[in-house]
Design a protein around this ligand. Structure first.
Ligand code: DLL
Length: 432
């Protein structure tokens, strides 16, 4: 099912023409309405006349999270504040939050993009959505809410947390579509089992999961544990929120809504575009945003783009699963490690639960890694021999995938803290 066939399945030459026109218009718009960009362009001796289409995009300046912080709170606003109808902000672990501003039209474009996602998952007016992303400054709750209402579904504005209530309403109201982080979905799956309520009394069939990196192995785990089909939804607040990208029924990459958000992949070191299909840092340029449009925003997310038409009929570019954020990448004894690689290894093995915590430290000038992993109830044993064999199996596999020795600690089921939002899987004490 397609929400907006004209756009989602448009031939790529026509799409490119639309992107050309929109980019040119956008550059002119920010030049005249965002003093920050006018100054940047003047410093680079650029005028809007130098940008005639997408081929010229590499002439434009990049924008980073730091630029947003420096212009806190409303410095990048391109319209009078009277036209802003919504303000979101990322919590930001340190310093000032990152603020994002939406006009009425921005909210409607955002809702359209999320509607494309939900329609691609096969959802419609007969569905009951349980929105278990946090409501508030985070874009997950309100964003998914608007998208679900827009397709005419019934929406339960649940927000995150309160697992018992989540399960009760999911059961009693007959929720068919669950929207939350992949890690919270696993927590809910556990809680459903513990509740003793029979699975066939639930109507749940689809999940819209995102807001944190997750792997293909994690998808299988969720599909099995919840008995549903789990779909990826991608996004970031600076660009809109959830719905910048979404999976279709082929689950062969995440389609990006590139008629509104133009994607590029660059080498994060040289800042030059990479060859098509290569992995690098994802960068977005707003093509239609009014409230706070950004040029070449560096997401820090690492992925690759594929332009061949999808079997579903969509021509919108497909993005690989996010490998991680460049700022999540750990450098351990000179080796690059992403938490998603560890997740993938753990979930390859039937003996482990999908819950882990990696603690990185430094002893005698050498980096150390301790990985706590939960063993499945039916594999957990008091016999030391059994546990030693299991531990060795995991250590060997981690060594062969990461090229590093990891100190593994096997722990009992349910001993690692569960998350209701974005999971925290790494503690790096070296930064403290
Ligand atoms: O997480 C928006 C969102 C809400 C997306 C709900 C999907 C569902 P931020 O808090 O600004 O916005 O965080 C954005 O989260 O740059 C990625 O690093 C990560 N992320 C989001 N979706 C995915 C995904 C929301 N599907 C940051 N896969 C992004 C991997 C994701 N990482």
């Amino acid at each position: 099912m397609v929400w907006n066939e004209n756009i989602e399945c448009m031939d790529r030459d026509t799409l490119r023409k639309i992107q050309d026109i929109r980019l040119k218009k956008m550059v002119d718009y920010v030049y005249h309405n965002t003093p920050f960009y006018r100054k940047k362009m003047q410093e680079m001796n650029l005028t809007p006349d130098d940008i005639n289409g997408i081929d010229d995009i590499t002439k434009l300046p990049f924008t980073t999270k730091l630029d947003l912080r420096d212009n806190y709170p409303f410095g990048l606003c391109a319209v009078p504040m009277s036209q802003i109808v919504r303000i979101h902000a990322s919590s930001g672990t340190t310093g000032r939050p990152t603020v994002v501003l939406y006009t009425r039209k921005d909210l409607s474009v955002w809702a359209e993009c999320i509607s494309r996602a939900f329609t691609a998952y096969g959802a419609g007016t007969k569905d009951i959505f349980q929105i278990s992303y946090g409501y508030g400054l985070f874009t997950g709750g309100l964003g998914a809410h608007q998208g679900a209402e827009n397709i005419g579904a019934s929406v339960i504005p649940m927000s995150s947390g309160n697992t018992t209530k989540q399960i009760q309403l999911m059961h009693d109201f007959g929720t068919t579509v669950l929207c939350c982080t992949p890690s919270f979905s696993l927590y809910l799956a556990e809680a459903i089992k513990e509740s003793g309520l029979p699975r066939d009394e639930f109507k749940l069939r689809v999940g819209a999961f995102g807001a944190e990196p997750w792997t293909e192995n994690m998808r299988h785990e969720i599909d099995q544990n919840l008995g549903i089909k789990a779909y990826d939804i991608y996004g970031l607040s600076e660009i809109a929120g959830p719905g910048v990208g979404f999976e279709c029924e082929c689950q062969n990459g995440t389609h990006l809504n590139e008629d509104h958000y133009y994607p590029e992949i660059i080498d994060p070191n040289t800042l030059e575009p990479v060859e098509q299909g290569e992995t690098g840092e994802l960068v977005f340029t707003h093509l239609t945003k009014e409230g706070m449009p950004l040029l070449r925003y560096r997401t820090r997310d690492l992925t690759a783009l594929h332009y061949e038409k999808c079997d579903c009929g969509r021509t919108l570019v497909r993005m690989d699963r996010i490998l991680g954020r460049s700022d999540d990448m750990l450098i351990i004894r000179g080796v690059n490690v992403f938490p998603t690689q560890i997740e993938s290894v753990i979930l390859e093995m039937k003996e482990f639960e999908p819950h882990f915590l990696l603690t990185v430290g430094r002893e005698n000038n050498t980096d150390t890694m301790e990985l706590k992993v939960e063993v499945r109830e039916d594999c957990y044993s008091d016999e030391i021999n059994v546990m030693t064999v299991l531990k060795k199996k995991l250590v060997d596999r981690l060594r062969s995938v990461l090229g590093l020795a990891v100190s593994v600690k096997l722990v009992e089921p349910r001993s690692i803290e569960r998350s209701v939002g974005k999971a925290r899987r790494v503690i790096d004490n070296r930064k403290l």
